[in-house]
Design a protein around this ligand. Structure first.
Ligand SMILES: [Zn+2]
Length: 200
């Protein structure tokens, strides 16, 4: 019998007994992934008209940022100075997407700044602000973020569905063994179960 992931296993009278934690890591991961997925889709749809920008200013007032551009999520790092009064602060703002065309052209399309691009991904670096500051930028396309969220959620959700389907058919949720003749636990894998014999 192979050990089953995410379960603590002890033995009573020589019989293995399996305790399942109610909130499994897989379920937690799937929940986080689905919440993120929902947020990303909202920002993606919104980004066609409005770009949401969250700026973080370091103790030296250097701007770092995260933005939902219509092309993808933008991670922005810089040592561009924005005055000492901006040190250690966070600022969120929304801008009309069309207002940022010039900035977008420089950051994402200018041959002097774009260092690498592939399948919607982009890395660029260059000079920004006055006095001259350096910036590095990573553009991650929405399709990739959505794909990662879906892939993270798919495994746990599929396992839940399989377990639910087996339980409904009086089978062990864990291994699929027929439990119609078993009351307390699965004779195959030792899973403690409340599924009893079918009423006569
Ligand atoms: Zn079983």
């Amino acid at each position: 019998m192979s050990p089953i992931r995410g379960q603590a296993r002890i033995s009573i009278d020589g019989n293995p007994v399996v305790f399942r934690p109610r909130l499994t890591f897989g379920l937690l991961r799937a929940t986080i992934a689905l919440v993120l997925l929902l947020l990303i889709v909202v920002f993606w749809v919104k980004s066609f008209r409005h770009v949401v920008i969250v700026g973080f200013f370091t103790p030296a007032a250097h701007l770092q940022g995260l933005a939902s551009d219509r092309r993808g999520l933008v991670l922005f790092f810089s040592d561009a100075q924005f005055g000492s009064e901006r040190s250690l602060s966070v600022d969120a703002m929304t801008a009309a997407s069309s207002e940022l065309d010039e900035m977008r052209a420089y950051l994402l399309d200018d041959p002097t700044t774009v260092k690498w691009k592939f399948a919607g991904f982009r890395v660029s670096a260059g000079i920004i602000g006055t006095p001259n500051g350096r910036f590095e930028l990573l553009l991650v396309p929405y399709w990739f973020v959505v794909g990662v969220c879906l892939a993270s959620a798919a495994g746990p959700v599929r396992r839940r569905l399989v377990r639910w389907h087996r339980s409904r058919n009086n089978r062990c949720p864990e291994c699929g063994y027929d439990l119609r003749a078993s009351v307390d636990r699965c004779p195959e894998c030792g899973l403690v179960t409340r599924i009893g014999p079918k009423p006569e």
